[in-house]
Write a protein that binds this ligand. Structure first.
Ligand code: HDD
Length: 710
């Protein structure tokens, strides 16, 4: 997929360094062409293809169990798999760094240097994921995306284990096994994989109205991001910050992508699931390797302790956002991902996050979801990786670690001390408790009666679901209706889809009517509750268009055939590359293509059948001779490619024969377009179609640049 070779990639990634990358080098094994093959106990192996057996040289006799080399090879293979994550099993990760902005406003709220000291570069590892599917499931399914950040700070590791959606399905951690059992494949037949479109999920959320808000986000375009690089991240839970004066603030964390927030359309997502199940993993790698490292700004929302109860929602309720109009976002620093992993299993698969991992200056709140999470993550790592999981190279901090924890499976540290307890007769010696710079729990006054309750504000579930739906642009709302309709039409138990259409009527009368009409649900006669009519900034994806449109890292297909005009391709390629896009030449065959001026001097990266329009953000067809036009128009895959890209609202540009080919492919759909039939320069796009006959190549390239950035 990448446009650069392995050697270039290695050269690029080997240039990247930080304290964590250096730390990992302790365990990184360089393998050179002369590295000899050995057993695990270090003995050279002359042969690894034939099991030791009895034979007269003509016939095979039995294989011998005494072959310790074969036995070791099989033993090691038999035990390669470890349990996958119980949720978020499918994912990918990358290294990078975080840097606080000069004059970061965070210093008003916290003394944590990672957020306040701009002279520091904090190494980071980020793992993105989907929630429902298994490790081998497809990337582009409709699902929440995980956005887990591990910061290797000088004061210890700080994990922000977040999602690309700012709210959650449930308010109380005790419901987590229920929501996850409900969304995961059904227990009797383990169906469906990577989908929430089934009875059990919609049954549960229909009976659990606190899920309504999050369900709206998951059914919106947020559930099918174009790329991990083009989605927001949210800490979701309410944490706290403590400033040097000892004052405490409630805080929410937001990651805002440099490239804006963009999504696939559902038809693309469905097709990509089969055409390229690794679409998001490859996309992340491709961007980093091609020198377009993804970036996010970290923003915080803060509320002083004294203001905790000044809102009509509970600020500790993870099913609620803090509307930006009430609690503005303050930008505090930048996250950059600039290095791919060297090996997936030891880095990405063994990366383990814990919400309970915070550093001095950062703390928890009484958010009941967070409190339960703080128990669950450490616990799950024990099953997955063993009790010494924090010693694994990817998880160990870059600052000193020393304590009296001992032994356990896979202990890899050798402690040179005759005592392993505290206090001890050697109390003058290390490790001793550290007062200054240590983690001091905030002295919080707490009083109450032990009881299993949800307080009154935790019982309102629809105001913010309505706020979200009201804030969507018309096309986003249309996508929401389509997504609800798709999912509920996959539920075959009428109780399920009838119940859910009733829930929808508590959110929005017209939404409920539209969905009910599609899926045979309960058609409401009147709204179950009034619409408050409010909107909020930051809920629609359109609110995050980058300030300057960019096509950086966008994949552009240039369709060619023999007889293509070489200069047209080269001008467009150069213009796209200058804009930071990644152009690919696609032709009837991979290899050299003959051009209209003679000679085979254009190399095609792929052949038509090997790729699909869904894998690209825009399409360009250059000028060429008659043979060129005839070849393209006579190729069903090309015609389908153009029509499909048009259907997915992608930018399509063509010149001369290219333009004629586009006209041919689209004539069935858009009769009002007047395409140029001459060889004059013409650009067609699915955003405002441009058919001026006097288009120059340069303006064509500019248009692709401008329009593709949408
Ligand atoms: Fe969780 C993994 C995000 C609620 C229990 N969660 C996990 C991952 C992410 C999240 C991104 C993958 C981490 C990785 O890449 O390794 N989880 C969230 C968010 C939540 C949330 C944003 C709501 C605010 N989670 C949540 C609750 C519980 C868990 C309420 C349990 C009470 N989550 C887990 C887990 C996982 C996990 C079972 C599985 C693998 C792992 O932890 O390391 O412990």
């Amino acid at each position: 997929m990448s446009t650069v070779g392995q050697s270039v990639k290695q050269a690029f990634t080997s240039m990247v360094n930080n304290a964590k990358i250096s730390d990992l080098k302790r365990d990184t094994v360089e393998i050179t062409p002369s590295t000899g093959l050995t057993t695990d106990h270090g003995v050279y192996i002359p042969e690894t293809d034939n099991w030791l057996r009895l034979s007269d040289g003509q016939k095979h006799g039995p294989s011998l169990l005494e072959d310790q080399i074969a036995r070791e090879k099989i033993h090691r293979f038999d035990h390669e798999r470890i349990p996958e994550r119980v949720v978020h099993a499918r994912g990918t990760g990358a290294h990078g760094y975080f840097k606080a902005f000069e004059g970061s406003p965070a210093s008003k709220y916290t003394f944590a240097p990672v957020l306040t000291d701009p002279s520091r570069t904090t190494p980071v590892f980020v793992r993105f994921s989907t929630v429902q599917g298994s490790r081998g499931s497809a990337d582009t399914v409709r699902d929440v995306r995980g956005f887990a950040v591990k910061m290797y700070t000088e004061e210890g590791n700080w994990d922000i284990v977040g999602n690309n959606i700012p709210v959650f399905f449930i308010q109380d951690a005790i419901k987590f096994p229920d929501i996850i059992h409900a969304v995961k494949p059904e227990p009797h037949n383990e169906v469906p994989q990577g989908q929430s479109a089934h009875n059990n999920f919609w049954d549960f959320v229909g009976l659990q109205p606190e899920s309504a808000h999050m369900v709206c986000w998951a059914m919106s375009d947020r559930g099918i991001p174009r790329s991990y690089r083009m989605m927001q991240g949210f800490g979701v839970n309410t944490y706290t910050l403590i400033n040097p004066a000892g004052e405490r603030f409630f805080v929410k964390f937001h990651w805002q992508p440099e490239l804006g927030v963009h999504s696939l359309v559902w038809d693309e997502a469905l097709k990509l699931g089969g055409q390229d199940p690794d679409f998001h993993r490859k996309d992340l790698e491709e961007a980093i390797v091609n020198g377009a490292p993804p970036k996010w700004t970290l923003a915080i929302q803060t509320i002083a302790e004294k203001d905790e109860h000044n809102f009509d929602f509970d600020i500790l309720d993870a099913t609620k956002v803090w509307p930006a109009e009430l609690v503005p976002l303050q930008e505090v620093g930048e996250l950059v991902l600039n290095k791919t992993v060297d090996e997936f299993f030891p880095e990405t698969e063994q990366a383990a996050f814990c919400t309970s991992h915070v550093v001095p200056g950062i703390g928890f709140s009484d958010d009941p979801l967070l409190q339960g999470r703080n128990f669950s993550y450490f616990d799950t790592q024990i099953t997955r990786l063993g009790i010494n999981w924090e010693q694994l190279p990817i998880n160990r901090p870059v600052c000193p670690v020393m304590n009296h924890h001992r032994d356990g499976q896979h202990q890899s540290r050798i402690h040179k001390s005759p005592v392993n307890y505290w206090p001890n007769r050697k109390s003058a010696g290390p490790p001793v408790p550290v007062e200054k710079g240590g983690y001091h729990d905030f002295a919080q006054k707490v009083a109450g009666i032990k009881q299993r309750i949800r307080t009154p504000k935790f019982q309102e579930h629809f105001n913010q679901a309505q706020l979200f739906v009201n804030s969507l642009a018309p096309h986003e709302r249309a996508h929401l209706i389509a997504a609800f309709s798709f999912e509920l039409s996959h539920c075959d138990d009428p109780v399920v889809y009838e119940t859910y259409t009733k829930v929808l009527n508590h959110i929005d009368f017209n939404l409920a009517k539209d969905v009910a009409a599609n899926v045979g649900g309960v058609m409401p006669e009147k709204p179950a509750r009034e619409n408050h009519g409010k909107k909020s900034f930051g809920l629609s994806q359109l609110d995050f268009a980058p300030s300057k449109p960019t096509i950086k890292s966008r994949r552009i297909a240039i369709l060619v055939a023999d007889g293509v005009d070489l200069s047209g391709v080269m001008v467009m390629k150069a213009a796209l590359k200058a804009g930071g896009a990644v152009p690919f030449v696609i032709a009837p065959r991979r290899g050299h293509i003959s051009t209209s001026s003679g000679g085979e001097n254009l190399f095609a990266d792929h052949h038509f059948e090997g790729q699909r329009s869904t894998m690209f953000d825009a399409l360009y067809i250059p000028r060429g001779n008659e043979l060129f036009g005839k070849t393209l128009r006579g190729n069903g895959r090309v015609v389908h490619w153009i029509a499909e890209a048009f259907g997915h609202c992608k930018t399509i540009a063509g010149i001369g024969e290219g333009s004629k080919t586009i006209a041919f492919a689209l004539s069935h759909f858009v009769s009002e377009l007047s395409f140029s039939s001459s060889d004059s320069d013409t650009v067609v796009t699915s955003y405002g179609v441009i058919t001026a006959g006097s288009y120059s190549l340069k303006s064509a390239a500019t248009d692709v640049l401008n329009i593709a950035s949408g």
